[in-house]
Design a protein around this ligand. Structure first.
Ligand code: PEP
Ligand code: MN
Length: 266
């Protein structure tokens, strides 16, 4: 069943001059130096379309680094002013939305744990009413297509038309090489219901391990996904979150060089 969402093409809100489209940046903003230096290295590669950084981190267990908080928004703005890269941040509450918008963040995304909670998604949607900002919605942690679609509908009903899905894989009880099972059929099913929705693949959170990222990123492009969100840290070995899956900016540039784009059909 095709749903009736009102969605603008990706090209209306993110530059498509670089192919593939890549949103790169650290899992978490840690220090001003780490974020700004990573942003400069990424910008210098010339292969990145937007800069991501987690400011508020949804950790599964308490007692770990839960994000640097609002101060990181200032660092992100500095990175944007100095590199010209648009910025993207995860929001999980109405307050996050308000603070991110006030700080000039260009793109918001809803994280996998939030997508699984309709109350949270509705709170975010309510905070977005009357605002024209692009929003990307990650799939929920669990393989429930309706939750993913429902979150997109809530955000779209709030008037957000610059909308995309992010495919970041699904938790599974089974042990696997992947941190989150790709379950590609979920992304295909979403595309079937909402053909005009751009889908961006997040190989970092699918893989959980930098060695597997090229395989997943290539497969996503082969499936005509419209972009990639890939975590990159100036020194992944000391990253405060997701150390095993982050790539140096140089490694990210090398990966992008090795990916092949499908030729447009003639
Ligand atoms: C992230 O992007 O760093 C993150 C927390 O992702 P997810 O919501 O996919 O777990
Ligand atoms: Mn992460």
């Amino acid at each position: 069943m095709k749903l009736n969402l009102n969605i603008q093409p990706l090209s209306t809100w993110i530059s498509s001059d670089k192919q593939p489209l890549v949103i790169g940046g650290p899992c978490s903003a840690e220090t001003e130096d780490q974020l700004v230096a990573t942003a400069h290295l990424l910008a210098k590669t010339g292969k990145i379309t937007a800069l991501r950084a987690g400011i508020w981190k949804p950790r599964t267990r308490p007692g770990e680094f839960e994000g640097i908080g609002s101060i990181g928004l200032k660092w992100l703005d500095r990175a944007k002013q100095e590199t010209g890269l648009p910025t993207a941040v995860e929001v999980a509450t109405a307050k996050h939305v308000e603070e991110a918008l006030a700080a000039g963040v260009d793109i918001l995304w809803v994280g996998a744990r939030s997508t699984a909670n309709p109350f949270t998604v509705q709170e975010i949607a309510d905070a977005l009413k009357g605002v024209d900002v692009p929003v990307m919605v990650k799939n929920p942690v669990n393989p429930d297509l309706s939750l993913w679609i429902g979150a997109l509908e809530r955000i779209n009903n709030a008037g957000i038309t610059k909308l995309a899905g992010i495919h970041r894989g699904f938790s599974s009880y089974e042990k696997s090489a992947f941190r989150n099972e790709p379950m590609w059929d979920m992304a295909i099913a979403l595309k079937t219901h909402v053909p005009e929705l751009p889908i961006i693949n997040d190989p970092s959170h699918i893989c959980g391990n930098r060695d597997l990222i090229p395989y997943i990123a290539q497969k996503a492009l082969d499936m005509d996904m419209q972009g990639l969100m890939i975590e990159s840290h100036i020194d992944p070995s000391v990253a405060w979150t997701d150390a095993k899956q982050q790539l140096t900016p140089a490694a990210l540039a090398d990966l992008i060089d090795r990916l092949t784009l499908r030729k447009p059909e003639t």
